[in-house]
Every structure is written in structure tokens, then in C-alpha cells.
Design a protein around this ligand. Structure first.
Ligand code: ADP
Ligand code: ASP
Ligand code: MG
Length: 479
């Protein structure tokens, strides 16, 4: 299919009747020029609301559960009435009531059981995207466009890791082409659910929080799209999180590798797994603001026109540092490291950063706080004998830490950046606990005290003149 555009609208871009109208208008405008596949998130806050409802159900809080169920139904019914006049509302309203009833059944089962089995959670929390795609397709039809809601549980085939499933590319590609290409060829505007899929035997799964970006890039790759546009609530990918820094600038172009590093190290603007499907097919993506569609946004591609040096800084707070130190010189540090990493990989724990130093070969790994208990147990069981005989000191845990990542392809071969970064952080009296830089020189990762994290982000952003360089790429700054 020629010139296919895939677009994804995030939660805030779908957050009200007004926002859905705006997203539908953008879809229709582009649809008049080329084939367009639209992927949507749930209305903003709805996935949280669904999860909260299930938490109330699990602990037996009937009142809390009912209140949330009513809020869910009310929000979608009101949006439906606002979007669609008179009789044209009926089929969408019926679908809303049917979907909320299905969700209620799952919540009630959890209430009875007193637990939240992950597979049932996935089935339930994917309803948010089903509701938003139903609303947008119904609205487009009411405006005279041929549009159809598509549930990606019928398209995206995944493994059975509930809550963070990985798509199986070949079966997904086959299903995506069989289901979506004929619709696109007929000029239909498909509105597909982001975030969800199903196992080979049809069990509903989800791709992790924020996973609709990943749905869109995966479908773009499966359908050999020409471009992917990701619509969000800011002007594009910025030099820093606008919630932490008062004056970040929009990056006009970033490479896939830069975007992946930023996303992986905590920049919420993109889901970390979004880039991989695009890289393989060299499909360019744009991060754009649905509140200001005329702005150019950020182009993400294989190459980017960019000045030298560090371009953006990102951070992650919910992390923990595990340190291991040999207590005896007879221990081979390299072997211990190898066993630890293997054990963590087998357990599925993500190692966010790894750093080793000194002739004693002590080392530390950074993990998500949510995986800390599991990671610690896994290390202790891999090292039982050495710990029991005192060859290793007890595994040390530090939860008062945060990760800072400084990213830029142009850091390669530019001397002095690490020095400037460390000076900026220490000027704020923030203790640096660990550092790592890969040989690609794309990212410098710095672990600092948690309570100094935001200050460190601001200090590095200012010191590396990130906003100035992004706003005036023609002026080569000192860094
Ligand atoms: P959506 O619902 O559209 O997927 P998200 O809330 O997931 O939107 O992501 C957009 C948000 O990401 C922005 O509102 C912004 O607060 C946050 N963000 C964090 N880091 C960055 C960054 N470097 N550039 C742009 N936005 C960022
Ligand atoms: N609705 C899902 C979430 O809130 C997926 C997404 O918005 O990308 O995590
Ligand atoms: Mg998002």
C-alpha cells in the first residue's frame, strides 16, 4: 500500500468530546489525502480508573468499586452524548453499556476471589481503549466518513507475559495485513485500540503502561507505512521533562537511537519499545502536539541534523541500586558478575545500569524499585555459597537513588562533557553514587541521591545549554 500514514492519539488527545472531535478532524483531513490508520489510547485517566476499580474489588471494598464503575460509565456516556446527537448515539451507547457490564463482571469476580489474577487484569484494563475507539469511529461515521473501530486483540499476537506482553512479529504481521489492508484499500478509516493484544490461543494481553505508542509503531512496521505520527500534549520531544525544567526546548530532529535512549531512561513522551519496529523498516516518526497541530514537532529518523554535544537529559526516580563486593581476593569478580547478570536475565529483571570498578571488582546494578525484592532474592540465591562462606559481603541495597541520563549522538568524540556534567551535579552538593557510559558515547548514566535528582536534571540541562542549542542549532555553543 502506497503512502500509508499511521497516527496515534494519546490519552490527553482523546480526553474529552472536544479532544476526540479534534483527533477525528485530524484523521479525516489526512484521510482525504492518503490511507490512514489511527491508533488510540483510552481517554486520559481511564486506565488508572480501571486499575483502581479492580484494586477496590480485590480488597472487598464494594462501595469504592461501585463508585468507580459509575464514574467509568458516566464519563463515557456523557462524552457519547456530547459527540453524537439523537438516535445516532444509540449503537455507541449500547456498546458502552455492554463493555462496562463486561468490566463489572470481571471486577465482581475479583471481589469474590479477593485477588487480581494478571490475566484477568489484562482483559479488563484493555476495555479503556475499546471504549475510546468505539466513540471516535462512531463520531467519524456521524460526520459522513466510513470508519470502523478495530480491537487489536484480534490483530496483535503476543506471548503470555500478562501486563508486559511481547508481540510475535510474524503472526501479527499476517493478521494486521489481512484485517487492515482491505479496509484501507476501500477508503475506510480504521480506529484501532492501542495497548492490547492477545496470546495465540486468544487470551487478552497488554503491552505495558503507555503501550499504545508501541502498538502504533508495530502496526506501522507490519503494514510498511511511510510515516508514523504520534500525537500527544506537548510540542514534541524536549531537551528535558517539562514538568521538571521550566524552559526546555523542542528538539527538531532526533535519531532513533537518541529517542530510544531517552524513552528507555524515563522520558514518558515515548514508550521505550516504540523505536525497534521502526528502525528495522527505517520508517520516520513524528512526535506532535494535538493541541497545536500546526507546529512541526520532532522528527525521529535514522539520522538527525544536530549540533555537537549533549542534547537532552532525562531521569527516573523509582529505581534501586544493588551493590556486591567481594570480601576475599580469591573470588573471581568477573565470574560473579557473569552469574549475577545471568540470574537476573533468567528472572526477567531489567538491568537499567551496570557499573564495576576497583581491583576488587565490586559492582552495582540498577533495577526498578518494583523489581527490587525479586532481583535481590535472585542475586542472593545465585550467590548462596559465596555469601554463606563470607567470600562476598552481604548484598547492599540503596533505595535513596535516582537515575539521570544525558543523551546525544554528538557526544561521541566531544571531550569534556562528562567533566561538565559531574561538575554541574557536584556544584549542587549532590552525591554521585555510580556512573556508566557505553562505548557508543550516546548516553552518560549517572546515579545520584534521590532527593537531588530533580535539581541534578536542572543543573545538567543548564550547564550543557541544551535549550539554547535546540533553539539555535546554527550557533555552536561551548558544549
Ligand atoms: P500520551 O498520553 O499522549 O501518550 P504521555 O503523558 O504518555 O502522553 O507523554 C507525554 C508527556 O511526557 C508530556 O506531557 C511530558 O510531561 C512528558 N515528558 C517527559 N519527558 C519528556 C520529554 N523529554 N519531552 C517531552 N515530553 C516529556
Ligand atoms: N491507556 C494505556 C495507559 O494509560 C496505554 C496508553 O495510553 O498508551 O497506560
Ligand atoms: Mg504515552
Amino acid at each position: 500500500m502506497n503512502n500509508l500514514l499511521v497516527m496515534k492519539f494519546g490519552g490527553t488527545s482523546m480526553g474529552s468530546a472536544k479532544r476526540i472531535r479534534n483527533a477525528a478532524q485530524i484523521t479525516a483531513e489526512q484521510g482525504a489525502k492518503r490511507p490512514v490508520l489511527t491508533v488510540v489510547s483510552a481517554m486520559s485517566g481511564v486506565t488508572d480508573l480501571l486499575i483502581d476499580t479492580l484494586k477496590h474489588a480485590e480488597v472487598g471494598d464494594t462501595g469504592g468499586m461501585e463508585e468507580k464503575l459509575q464514574e467509568l460509565e458516566r464519563r463515557h456516556v456523557e462524552t457519547c452524548h456530547d459527540l453524537l446527537a439523537g438516535d445516532s448515539c444509540s449503537p455507541a451507547l449500547e456498546e458502552i453499556h455492554r463493555t462496562v457490564a463486561g468490566f463489572r463482571r470481571i471486577a465482581k469476580a475479583m471481589h469474590m476471589l479477593g485477588e487480581r489474577p494478571p490475566r484477568s487484569v489484562d482483559e479488563a484494563i484493555a476495555f479503556g481503549e475499546h471504549l475510546s475507539s468505539t466513540l471516535m469511529a462512531a463520531y467519524l461515521r456521524s460526520q459522513g466518513f466510513d470508519s470502523e473501530a478495530v480491537n487489536c486483540k484480534e490483530i496483535i499476537v503476543t506471548d503470555a507475559v500478562f501486563g508486559n506482553a511481547t508481540p510475535l512479529v510474524e503472526p501479527t504481521r499476517e493478521k494486521a495485513r489481512a484485517r487492515l489492508l482491505p479496509m484501507l484499500e476501500r477508503g475506510v478509516l480504521p480506529i484501532a485500540t492501542g495497548f492490547n493484544g492477545a496470546t495465540v490461543d486468544g487470551q487478552p494481553t497488554t503491552l505495558g503502561r503507555g503501550g499504545s505508542d508501541f502498538t502504533a509503531s508495530l502496526l506501522a512496521a507490519c503494514l510498511d507505512a511511510t510515516e508514523l505520527w504520534i500525537w500527544t500534549d506537548v510540542d514534541g520531544i524536549m531537551t528535558a521533562d517539562p514538568r521538571l525544567v521550566s524552559n526546555p526546548a523542542v528538539l527538531r530532529e532526533v535519531t532513533y537511537r537518541e529517542a530510544a535512549e531517552l524513552a528507555y531512561n524515563g522520558a514518558k513522551v515515548l514508550h521505550p519499545r516504540t523505536l525497534a519496529p521502526l528502525i528495522e523498516k527505517n520508517i520516520p516518526a513524528w512526535s506532535k502536539n494535538s493541541f497545536a497541530p500546526e507546529k512541526p514537532g520532532t522528527r525521529i529518523g535514522a539520522t538527525a541534523n544536530a549540533p555537537q554535544g549533549a542534547r537532552a537529559v532525562t531521569s527516573m526516580g523509582n529505581v534501586a541500586l544493588l551493590s556486591i563486593e567481594p570480601a576475599s581476593p580469591v573470588i573471581s569478580g568477573a565470574r560473579i558478575m557473569a552469574r549475577c547478570l545471568e540470574a537476573l536475565a533468567n528472572a526477567g529483571a531489567e538491568v537499567l545500569m551496570f557499573s564495576s570498578s576497583s581491583y576488587r571488582q565490586s559492582f552495582c546494578v540498577l533495577v526498578r524499585e518494583s523489581e527490587l525484592e525479586m532481583a535481590k532474592e535472585c542475586l542472593e540465591s545465585a550467590l548462596t555459597i559465596e555469601l554463606a562462606h563470607g567470600y562476598l559481603k552481604p548484598v547492599e541495597v540503596d533505595t535513596n537513588v535516582g537515575l539521570l541520563a544525558i543523551v546525544g549522538e554528538g557526544m561521541q568524540g566531544t571531550p569534556g562533557i562528562a567533566g561538565r556534567v559531574f561538575t554541574a551535579i557536584s556544584r549542587e552538593n549532590i552525591n554521585i553514587k555510580a556512573i556508566a557510559q557505553g562505548s557508543s558515547e550516546l548516553t552518560i548514566a549517572v546515579v545520584v541521591r534521590r532527593d537531588g535528582l530533580e535539581k541534578a536534571v536542572r543543573a545538567v540541562h543548564a550547564e550543557c545549554k541544551m535549550a539554547e542549542k535546540a533553539n539555535h542549532p546554527e550557533v555552536e555553543c561551548a558544549l
